[in-house]
Design a protein around this ligand. Structure first.
Ligand code: FNR
Length: 360
């Protein structure tokens, strides 16, 4: 009988055994020395908890809202591309699992099922993640399709003017299918003479000239709220608020872009302080335990997103695997809140964590 993972790390091990090496390496890998990849996880492990005792925790409420949308917990599904590398049902399975768990899926621009196919797969609140390609007309067309298909926000990924150097993908000569969201809008030769097919595609398509002033342009083509993903400094957080975004995601792209950026949890507080409550701040990168979610909330995040764990769940057990990954993390958060004396999310404060070299 197939084993039943009891935590997110065991889901990763099961996924590793099931997946072809090329797919597993693409999903699990980071950029260059993978320093940031390790840090994203280890920095969480350096933060300790300061639980409070003798609080009535007979009822725990993990429910949350984001931009007015209700969620059963502050855990969202991060955008991850090419999910058919993990499972034939790809983003459709993830969509159904996220809906069943009452959370928000951020659909990747690089999804294998089109944004229309995902939108019609089930009823749910979902966001759309955008990469801006050269020429801008492709991005404009895709954003308008996302709006027409009921997506509730645009998540602009801003840390990818070029693709980070992912050496496993280069060695494996990673092959990715053509991006179906842009099929018919552009033709790109994705054949490569060796090396990563994703890198070859990205270098032909991504627009490295994208800058802060383009948020104006984005706002002119959509009424949807814009969330900027990839903020790692107070300076950029302030800029993001100035140009009128509706939310910020502290992210280093799961350590797949610029190596030697700090773990996201270590810069969260700086960003939170810089925006002083004007927009919600989310975090992704290295969230593997309910205690990690709790730590991020204590340091001021409104919610977190999980990337790889969802794809591992998908690879291990399809839609049910994704459901179990999300539910597992939600339950761990719920237990953490009980054991730390926090019956609601509002009860989680800065005093509930001890950050190394900093007072609580
Ligand atoms: C990603 N990520 C990503 N981000 C994005 O904005 N658009 C995308 O298409 C993708 N694709 C993608 C594929 C895979 C396989 C991974 C692992 C990641 C980054 C993702 O949204 C998120 O920032 C990280 O995955 C968060 O870190 P963890 O949870 O994977 O540690």
């Amino acid at each position: 009988m197939e084993e039943d993972p009891v935590n997110l790390r065991e889901f990763q091990e099961l996924a590793k055994r099931k997946l072809p090496k090329m797919s597993y390496d693409y999903i699990s890998g980071g950029a260059e020395d993978q320093f940031t990849l390790r840090e994203n996880v280890e920095a969480f492990q350096r933060i300790m908890l300061r639980p409070r005792i003798l609080v009535d925790v007979s009822k725990i409420d993990t429910s949350s809202t984001l931009l007015g949308h209700k969620m059963s917990s502050p855990i969202l599904v991060a955008p991850t591309g090419s999910q058919q590398l993990a499972h034939p049902d790809g983003e459709l399975a993830t969509a159904r699992a996220a809906a069943a768990c009452n959370t928000i899926q951020v659909l990747s621009f690089a999804s294998d099922y089109t944004l229309e196919e995902v939108a019609s797969s089930c009823d749910a609140v979902r966001f759309f993640q955008l990469y801006v390609f050269k020429g801008r007309d492709v991005a404009a067309a895709v954003v308008q399709r996302a709006e027409r298909n009921g997506y509730k926000a645009i998540v602009l990924t801003a840390d990818t003017p070029r693709l980070g150097r992912r050496e496993a993908d280069i060695k494996n000569k990673l092959i990715i299918p053509m991006n179906r969201n842009v099929e018919g809008l552009m033709s790109v030769d994705i054949h490569t003479t060796g090396g990563s097919g994703l890198e070859a595609f990205a270098s032909k398509t991504l627009d490295p000239s994208l800058s802060w002033k383009d948020i104006e342009w984005l706002k002119s083509i959509t009424r949807l709220p814009i969330i900027v993903k990839g903020v790692l400094t107070a300076e950029d957080a302030i800029k993001a608020v100035e140009v009128g975004v509706s939310g910020i995601i502290v992210s280093n792209h799961g350590a797949r872009q610029l190596d030697y950026t700090p773990a996201t949890i270590t810069v969260l507080e700086e960003v939170v302080k810089a925006v002083s409550g004007s927009v919600p701040v989310l975090l992704d990168g290295g969230v593997r335990r309910g205690t990690d979610v709790f730590k991020a909330l204590a340091l001021g995040a409104k919610a977190v997103m999980i990337g790889r764990p969802v794809v591992y769940g998908l690879a291990a057990k399809g839609e049910d695997g994704v459901k179990r990954v999300i539910t597992m993390l939600q339950k761990e958060l719920e237990l953490t809140m009980a054991l730390a004396g926090c019956p609601t999310l509002k009860d989680i404060t800065r005093n509930h964590v001890m950050v190394p070299h900093q007072k609580p």
